[in-house]
Design a protein around this ligand. Structure first.
Ligand SMILES: *Cc1c(COP(=O)(O)O)cnc(C)c1O
Length: 428
């Protein structure tokens, strides 16, 4: 029996309608930006395997560091104990994170990093005896799939079955170009009520919403306004972190700094799951007390897993190399050039670009994830030897930084082919 047939006997895949989905494509090996099937066919991983991979697949340096760690210490309980990889990774993250972050709390993935931030923010006010409990978030944001993260994310078909169990949130519109003043006014109105605990946001780029982008200037104003009204700010950099937007963190484009930052995805270079929630001293101090009830009672069995931390350290080494920084800048330049070429052509509604992220929105009747166009475009890309996962009529490229110029050209060529496909599908 083939691997995909065996898979279908025993496995339930994420975000997949198992009744109608095509059999999964078995991948047996990866190298650089390429993924290989059993029979040696190659796919360019233009989405970095769901936005996690930074330096290419099966990177020898990360593999070596992970192997060394595995032979030394694979795991240890993280309450009452510590280990070198966790301490070193925390020290090094604090050196590159926005100013004012002083403590690192480890967890397992992006959703848990967000849950931790929410619980910290809510308990911060609880510990101070101040009744601030409500969260402000962007209307179409995505912060993860656990209940807290779902609550603060855009409500959609995905969250509909759970609606009754999601807590109430104050949503504001994303301040896309031309609509900044509306968002500012919405936030100002909300801040008049003194019950807001925190504002959580995906800085500059809302990933799952369709790589929706907005300016650092307006975000800076929103963050400043929250600060002024003593509302905590949480930058969810799970997707934008580690260079995606052109700087190590999207928050570096702002002059005001957040109280908390959530990290995952690129944190280990895409090697394994690890989550981080960093926080300011002011936040941390609210939990220091002789009264034990003020403790932050949260933890996961694999908190600060040494192997994951070792992958994080190795990935950070690679990220900070001059060569990688130049490569990231080069990807941004190439994206900008292609964006200029395609933005005024028929069937292209909008092209958005920020650092190494490029998004192309096609004209279509609806922008739903369930748009038929999505499957058409997805399958077209596969036939061209590319993994590009459209979000409805939006196609994006968020590549590993090691992607070659030739591979990027192939991505652009496929996007151009998609444009023509959109045209012919709409005529037909
Ligand atoms: C992917 C993502 C998450 C959730 O991370 P998981 O590791 O998939 O749980 C949270 N926030 C943002 C902005 C994301 O892109």
């Amino acid at each position: 029996m083939s691997l995909s047939a065996r898979d279908q006997e025993v496995i339930w895949h994420p975000y997949t309608q198992m009744k109608t989905a095509a059999p999964p494509i078995p991948i047996v090996r990866g190298e650089g930006a390429l993924l290989f099937t059993e029979t040696g066919e190659a796919y360019i991983d233009a989405v970095s395997s769901w936005w996690v991979n930074l330096h290419g697949h099966a990177h020898p340096y990360i593999a070596q560091k992970v192997a060394e760690q595995l032979r030394t210490l694979e795991h240890v309980i993280f309450a009452g104990f510590t280990h070198p990889a966790a301490v070193e990774l925390a020290e090094r993250l604090l050196q590159v994170l926005p100013k004012g972050q002083t403590k690192i709390f480890y967890s397992d993935n992006g959703s848990t990093a967000v849950e931790v931030a929410l619980k910290m923010a809510i308990q911060f006010w609880h510990n101070h005896g101040i009744p601030k409990t409500r969260i402000i978030a962007f209307r179409n944001s995505y912060h993860g799939d656990t209940f807290g993260a779902m609550s603060i994310s855009g409500r959609s078909t995905f969250t509909a079955p759970f609606q009754a169990y999601l807590f109430e949130v104050d949503f504001i519109d994303v301040p896309v170009p031309g609509h900044e003043q509306e968002t500012l006014a919405q936030l100002e109105a909300l801040l008049q009520q003194n019950d807001k605990a925190a504002f959580i946001y995906e800085p500059l780029v809302l990933g799952t919403a369709g790589m929706v982008m907005y300016s650092p200037e307006i975000l800076d104003k929103l963050v400043a306004l929250c600060r002024q009204h003593q509302v905590l700010t949480i930058a969810d950099e799970v997707m934008t972190g580690f260079g995606r937007t052109g700087k190590i963190f999207a928050s570096h484009y702002l002059s005001h700094t957040p109280d908390m930052v959530c990290l995952s995805k690129g944190l280990t270079g895409g090697t394994m799951a690890l989550g981080v929630t960093s926080c300011s001293d002011q936040l941390y101090k609210a939990f220091l007390h002789d009264d034990k009830s003020k403790t932050f009672f949260h933890g996961h069995s694999y908190t600060a897993n040494p192997v994951a931390c070792a992958a994080g350290l190795a990935s950070l080494d690679l990220l900070l190399q001059e060569q990688t920084q130049q490569r990231m800048a080069r990807i941004g330049d190439m994206h900008r050039l292609f964006a200029k070429q395609i933005q005024n052509l028929p069937h292209v509604k909008e092209v958005r670009q920020q650092g190494t992220i490029l998004a192309l929105e096609f004209e279509a009747e609806t922008t739903s994830y369930f748009n038929n166009l999505r499957d058409l475009l997805y399958n077209y890309a596969l036939r061209q030897g590319l993994i590009l996962r459209p979000l409805g009529n939006i196609i994006y490229c968020i590549p590993p930084y090691c992607i070659t110029d030739e591979q990027l050209e192939q991505v652009y060529k496929t996007m151009e082919g998609m444009r023509l496909l959109v045209g012919s599908s709409q005529r037909g």
